[in-house]
Design a binder for this molecule. Sequence first.
Ligand code: ADE
Length: 324
Amino acid sequence: MKSRQIKAAETAKVRVALLRWYLANRRDLPWRKSRDPYSIWVSEIMLQQTRVAAVIDYYGRFMKQFPTVAALAAADEAQVLAAWSGLGYYRRARSLHTAAKMIVHELDGNVPTNSEALKQLPGVGRYTSAAIASIAYGEAIAVVDGNVERVLERLDGVARSGDSVWQRAQELLDTNSAGNWNQAMMELGATVCTPVAPLCDSCPVQHWCKLPGHDVRKAQPARKKRELIFGLARRGSRVFLVQRTKDESLMPLMWELPSVDASTHGNVLARLKHSITVSDYTILVVELAARSVPKGGKWISIEELARLPLTGLARKAFRKLDIL
Ligand code: ADE
């Protein structure tokens, strides 16, 4: 394995080539305009499990609504969840909010300034603490995400796992430009060294790559197909919604249409597809009589809908039905 790895003298050249490429080709993303740790933190949390294209608009709106850690700490959880509605993995939003309150109430409003201290915050793990510390403060600590792992696998021709990936990323890190280096590795993986059909001809480190174009796809879990039926009841300009409990592991406290039993449903108003993690859902929205709504929900005016933390699916259904 050692013999395949890039030699020390060559490592310096790899660093120069990749950083030069990054500085000339990096995407113009809103969070790259700032080195404010709060702005970078929000971006890195949003980017977890979520593509850049999906994050950009949410990020702009979120930063406008909560421009500082103090503004976020002062918000209600419902406001924070509403701003996150549609991005998915809502635990991220709740942890971010809890962490903002901790910073304001226990740390005098100062975002921690190194990766170890950052890691004490809820929702901030090894990846996020290293990303914030390197980008905002220049701390010499490497990040590993799926992109970095793939770049390293092709470059070295070695498929590592667990801690040894982090060690290798740390060896290769350009400690004088840690933030840019980490972003360069992620950017290369996202735009050039892609999982399928990588653009090796455009790669700044192709010369040192052990397995250019190597197929690194991992077996994907089989996707499950499911059908869900929701009921839409209307009374004048109000619609009937139910709220998930606060103990629900997925999307706690968010509002959605009530579920309807498959055997009893009436007219189909809309049919949509919704995919999360390993499941592909076919969603039917059916007519529900106002007198048949379940207990425990609320009649909500259409104007109010836009301000409510809706599940991503409920939002999608209302859009499809031209209600939102
Ligand atoms: N993915 C997550 N964070 C990123 C960043 N800062 N740059 C590029 N890709 C990323």
